[in-house]
Ligand binder design. Structure first.
Ligand code: ATP
Ligand code: BTN
Length: 323
């Protein structure tokens, strides 16, 4: 009901009377008043004048379905959104509900109190400043192919940023960088059996409107935000929908036609690693080689001393520039 009232307010350019809402939605004026106050608590600025009714003055900067949907062009990605003002981790929540939810369900939170990064690290996720979301995917494919999904996520984020005229680079397989600093990380987690995937959770964290003060000192030389690097506030609603729009297109080609051409093109052309010397860190084992390509399977090809080329699968290593 709350959303129906919100729709009415959004549709009418001027005041809409309590009587009109009451007639069209078959509810009492008292009930309308109750929902108007709930909407105000959600951050909607609604003016009420006794003789005129209600008028929507401004929208809140929040990532609920109601606020994202005007930008959304998808069939299934993000058509069901679980929205939280605060949560421990959207990936954790997604894992709790994945079994019973449809593919394309998205968990979004304004803040994470225990955001998770790769390799058991924590992920800084201050309130209202980023996009902290997890996508529930249910591809029918072998678990071996799951690392490719991370590349689809990275390509979708890169494309969405490009649509919004923001230039970024991809650090295979799961990071997006600007000016050499991280603005986005992707954490892909899977539940499956030997030859079957139950579900995949793709957690995407984007530092959108964080200010310098929101980035802890020890991360300042490694992480930045879109606002810091572009000097402008970025529309989080538009960017969130854009990522889901781009992701759905790339994901459908992959699922239906096993097609990764565009994903590979984006990851190759905008790679920060290709052509560079890199350190490949696997636990305590550190090797140095040159990143030369991303192959059709989405693996990174590294040339080692003596021209020996090895492929690396996403998820198993950390990579650092060697300078
Ligand atoms: P890899 O995943 O390949 O190991 P990395 O993610 O460690 O690379 P770095 O740029 O070297 O990349 O390190 C950034 C560190 O900061 C990571 O440990 C990352 O998890 C952590 N971090 C925590 N919160 C954020 C955030 N909001 N933005 C960027 N980095 C963050
Ligand atoms: C990385 O280490 O680079 C991956 C970071 C992934 C962060 C996102 S934010 C939304 C989702 N929920 C989490 O707890 N983590 C991911």
């Amino acid at each position: 009901m709350k959303n129906k009232i919100l729709e009415k307010l959004k549709q009418s350019e001027d005041f809409i009377s309590g009587q009109e809402i009451s007639k069209e939605l078959h509810m009492t004026r008292a009930a309308i008043w109750k929902y108007i106050n709930i909407l105000r608590e959600d951050g909607y600025n609604i003016e009420s004048v006794p003789s005129k009714g209600y008028r929507l003055v401004s929208l809140p900067d929040i990532l609920s379905y109601e606020e994202i949907k005007e930008y959304l062009k998808t069939d299934f990605m993000g058509r069901s959104i679980y929205y939280f003002n605060s949560i421990d981790s959207t990936n954790k929540k997604a894992k709790e509900i994945a079994q019973d939810e449809q593919e394309g369900t998205v968990i979004i939170a304004e803040e994470q109190t225990a955001g998770k990064g790769r390799m058991g690290r924590s992920w800084v996720s201050p309130k209202g400043k980023g996009i902290w979301m997890s996508l529930i995917l249910k591809p029918t494919m072998e678990p071996m192919k799951v690392p490719k999904l991370t590349l689809i996520g990275a390509a979708a984020v890169h494309k969405a940023l490009e649509n919004m005229k923001i230039k970024a680079q991809v650090k295979w397989p799961n990071d997006i960088l600007i000016d050499g600093k991280k603005i986005c990380g992707i954490l892909t987690e899977m539940s499956g059996e030997l030859n079957m995937v139950n579900y995949v959770i793709m957690g995407i964290g984007i530092n959108v409107n964080l200010d310098e003060k929101d980035i802890p000192d020890q991360l300042k030389d490694k992480a930045t935000s879109l606002k810091i690097s572009t000097g402008k506030e970025i529309n989080r609603k538009e960017l969130t929908a854009n990522i889901l729009n781009e992701f759905e297109k790339l994901y459908i080609s992959f699922k239906e036609k096993d097609q990764m051409n565009e994903v590979l093109k984006i990851c190759r052309e905008n790679s920060i690693l290709l052509g560079e010397e890199v350190k490949i860190i696997r636990g305590n084992d550190v090797r140095i080689g040159k990143a030369i390509d991303i192959n059709e399977n989405g693996e990174l090809l590294i040339k080692f001393e003596g021209d020996k080329v090895e492929s690396i699968i996403a998820g198993e290593v950390s990579l650092r520039g060697n300078d």
